[in-house]
Design a protein around this ligand. Structure first.
Ligand code: J2J
Length: 531
């Protein structure tokens, strides 16, 4: 039996039995999927990036060898490991290797920097960090980890850093694969990974997912999105994000014995040649990217002909934009509403229902997803109905249930999403429940799908000696959905000089803060009378 360093809350037994009886929880594990594919379709391409590709037999061998090597480097079963790598085959090998080791990977997206990594390392009590090598290819990631380790309080033990060369992957030898095979006998009910909560920039909230609950969400997503053995899934958004991993994402493609193509970023200039070269069929995008992709498809649809489904989620979707994009792509644009805590819902597959705003609704993945509405007053004073959910793949609470997350999960396991919705039953009272997102009642900015907690940015700004007070809010933006606006009350420096936006940006950069947390606009107010 593994002793886990982090206690992952379990879904209560009575509900767990119900989900198992309904056949929703798989009897497989994440690495079990790959092992099985290596037997059934050994020569099929599994994972590709700009530098290399692996078939299923090769991926399984690498998973074992990486697990063996990481174990040799001291990563023990039950330990917590922050995984901080860019999109690549190396990312996949390390994720699978850690799972095979019996360790619990914490999925840190590559946009995070030292300030956020410190919070993640501390909150997860990480024993190890797996990150890029110091070979000059990813200097910001390398620096962020080392800055974070340097800034950790000296009283506690520092996590051990394991460096991975990203194009080639972790260097291994023959003995590693052998020891990797003998490693860990995991159960479907074991913890598999830790996702980071919605407001990733606030004191981070840890979401522990088990193999069976995560794979339940992946399998149901595959059905909704028509993922099968001929699926080629392009992952340009950060692979560690829940959307890219599991809706249906990397794991969906692997589960169906399809292929995952990793792109370093989701821009059309990077990805369109990859769609063309690999015949990609599915791609997850955030709404702010859809416009760019749609323009590209309008200019030259030819290289995008293989696309069957463009999945758009993470932030509210403009339905006119979706309709135009759908026509240009000649592929289905499917909206995804998802949360790292669990609940995932998709727009229906019929094309016309996506195009017709009044009929546009999101349908939760499982009939066992329970939805409740709770009347709330949003910070802007508007009244609405907050979406509450629980179900077979929604966690019952955060790991350690920290005080700053009070109220997100209640004592009977309902997840309070902070999203305002309208619901409807499509086919009368017995039909599947559908909802539409109409607003938000949580203190969160959604900038191009990245979630930002205003208090986090305000605290960082107020650490500057020339800032007396800062308040941060989201303002409507035509491309990003929301931009970050900071209103800052300044005090002059000793020579009577005043801070300017450029210096403020430089200050946040030097503090090693994730780029998406840096305000887009600064309203600087000189508090002359405070001098
Ligand atoms: C409006 N708001 C949305 C949508 C997410 C798939 C896709 C996305 C995420 C994700 C994910 C939205 N319309 N279509 O985990 O598996 C906002 C809501 C929600 C929050 C969750 C997945 N899709 N959102 O974005 O944990 O406010 O997950 O509560 O990062 O994003 O954010 P996150």
């Amino acid at each position: 039996m593994t002793t886990w360093n982090l206690a992952v809350p379990e879904i209560p037994a009575e509900r767990a039995e119900r989900y198992r009886a309904a056949g929703l929880w798989s009897s497989s594990t994440i690495t079990g999927l790959v092992r099985e594919a290596a037997v059934r379709v050994p020569g099929k391409p599994a994972a590709v990036d700009q530098h290399r590709s692996l078939d299923y037999a090769g991926l399984w061998q690498r998973c074992l060898a990486v697990a063996g090597r990481l174990r040799g480097e001291g990563i023990a079963a039950g330990q917590t490991v922050v995984l901080y790598l860019p999109n690549s085959v190396s990312w996949l090998e390390c994720f699978l290797g850690l799972v095979q080791c019996g360790a619990l990977p914490v999925m840190a997206t590559e946009s995070l920097r030292a300030r956020e990594l410190i919070e993640i390392i501390e909150a997860s009590r990480a024993d190890h960090v797996v990150t890029v090598a110091d070979d000059g290819r990813f200097p910001s990631l390398h620096r962020a980890v080392h800055d974070a380790i340097g800034l950790l309080p000296a009283c506690g033990p520092s996590p051990v850093v394991h460096e991975v060369e990203v194009p080639g992957g972790l260097a291994v030898d023959a003995a590693d694969a052998e020891s990797g095979e003998a490693l860990h006998q995991m159960l479907p009910s074991d913890p598999a990974l830790v996702q980071l909560g919605g407001a990733r920039c606030a004191a981070c909230l840890l979401i522990g997912r088990t193999h069976e609950d995560y794979l339940c969400s992946v399998e149901l997503s595959n059905r909704r999105c028509g993922v099968g053995p001929d699926t080629v899934m392009l992952i340009g958004i950060p692979a560690s994000h829940n959307f890219a991993m599991a809706s249906p994402g990397v794991l969906g493609a692997l589960m169906a014995h399809g292929t995952v193509v990793f792109a370093p970023d989701p821009s059309p200039s990077t990805c369109v040649p990859l769609v063309h070269a690999h015949g990609c069929t599915h791609i997850p995008l955030v709404p702010s990217l859809l416009g760019l992709w749609s323009e590209e498809a309008g200019r030259d649809p030819e290289p995008l002909r293989s696309l069957r489904m463009v999945l758009v989620g993470g932030a509210p979707l403009d339905l006119d934009l979706a309709a135009a994009a759908q026509t240009r792509f000649g592929a289905h644009v499917q909206e995804v509403f998802g949360t790292a805590e669990g609940l995932v819902a998709y727009s229906p597959l019929e094309m016309d229902r996506v195009l017709e705003p009044r009929a546009h609704r999101l349908v939760p993945l499982s009939e066992q997803d329970e939805i409740l509405l709770s009347r709330v007053v949003a910070p802007d004073g508007t009244e609405g109905q907050e979406l509450l959910s629980r179900g077979p793949y929604t966690v019952p609470s955060f790991i350690d249930d920290p005080p700053q997350a009070a109220g997100v999960f209640d004592s009977v396991g309902w997840y309070h999403s902070g999203d305002l919705v309208e619901i409807e039953r499509a086919a009368g009272p017995a039909g599947p429940l559908e909802f539409r997102v109409v607003g938000r009642c949580k203190a969160q900015i959604n900038r191009a799908g990245e979630k930002i907690f205003p208090g986090y940015v305000e605290t960082l700004l107020e650490e500057h000696p020339q800032i007396r007070h800062a308040s941060v809010e989201g303002v409507a933006h035509p491309v990003l959905g929301q931009a970050i606006k900071a209103t800052i009350h300044l005090v002059p420096d000793e020579e009577g000089g005043w801070l300017r936006p450029l210096a403020l940006r430089r200050y946040l950069h030097e503090k090693s803060v994730a780029g998406h947390c840096v305000p887009d606009t600064f309203d600087l107010i000189r508090d002359e009378d405070q001098v």
